[in-house]
Design a protein around this ligand. Structure first.
Ligand SMILES: [Zn+2]
Length: 297
């Protein structure tokens, strides 16, 4: 009896030792599964560290369709980005300008070409969550020297309005600089022929400022000039009609809202930014309600 029991025991042992042999196939799975748990703690740690969400928010910007019709998009207007030799509201210190650009970057604003805003208004287009247009008037050389490289650091593009008769003059940008900026994605617009106050001009003189300036710039630069900026923000009925004669796609003026649409496509609202704009004021203008202090010192 003992022998039989013993044999049975051996048999059971054999069967038991055999069955696990049949299952070594799953063993790779357990040997793999331990790996993810050792990995997961890492990412779960990083979010807690980077609760600031700066890295997380930038890549997850989803562009959604806006328009056709009214689009909310601030358009900033700068003149000089340089150390002012005189008391002038038109000069923004390069260090201050750098802070503005850093703020736009950290606050999640994305500079878009003016043509994209126009497309959104007229036919609808995908825009980033906080679109913004950064524009410059008068064709100052310091924009090329100071603003352009600062914006390049952030992969930002701008719109530069040029006075056609001043191309290459002292203190103003020339053809080479503008071609370089256009190649980097900037758009160039006309800021008239001589920066005259359009309200003081007769038909022919106004035509030269509004219509001819477009073709002169296009010929000189070899890039499309599709937008006009009224000198001093002054629009007249005549100039408004001539903007259509010249077949501009849009025109820009001055204003305090971000509401851009078919009703003001030929007088888009731009907010002039002067020397005394600190980040608090910039935040106020942009309706930014998040933290104002910048991450990077
Ligand atoms: Zn101007």
């Amino acid at each position: 009896m003992h022998k039989i029991k013993f044999l049975l025991f051996i048999f059971v042992l054999l069967v038991a030792s055999c069955t696990p042999q049949a299952t070594p196939i799953p063993t790779p799975i357990p040997s793999e599964t331990p790996q993810p748990p050792t990995k997961t703690p890492e990412p779960s740690l990083t979010p807690t560290k980077t609760m600031t969400a700066t890295p997380a928010s930038t890549p997850t910007q989803v562009w959604v369709r806006n328009g056709p019709g009214i689009v909310q998009c601030p358009i900033l207007l700068y003149h000089h980005v340089a150390i002012s030799p005189i008391e002038s509201q038109y000069y923004v210190h390069p260090e201050n300008f750098a802070l503005h650009m850093q703020a736009l970057d950290e606050w999640g604003f994305t500079p878009i070409p003016l043509s994209l805003l126009v497309k959104a208004i007229t036919e609808g287009a995908k825009l980033p969550p906080r679109p913004i247009v950064i524009s410059f008037d008068d064709g100052r050389l310091d924009i090329y020297e100071n603003a352009f490289p600062i914006m390049q650091e952030h992969d930002f593009i701008g719109v530069f309005y040029i006075i056609s008769s001043g191309l290459g003059d002292d203190g103003l940008v020339g053809i080479d600089e503008l071609k370089e900026m256009a190649a980097a994605g900037w758009e160039i617009g006309s800021h008239s022929y001589s920066h005259a106050d359009l309200s003081t001009l007769d038909t022919d003189a106004s035509y030269r400022e509004v219509v001819n300036s477009r073709y002169e710039l296009e010929q000189a630069l070899g890039v499309p000039i599709n937008s006009f900026a009224y000198p001093f923000g002054t629009i007249t009925e005549l100039a408004g009609a001539q903007v259509h004669t010249a077949a501009y796609e849009s025109a820009v003026g001055l204003g305090h809202t971000h509401t851009q649409g078919p009703g003001n496509l030929f007088y888009l609202q731009r907010r002039p930014i002067s020397w005394d704009y600190d980040l608090k004021l910039l935040a106020l203008v942009l309706g930014w309600e998040g933290p104002i202090n910048l991450e990077k010192p």
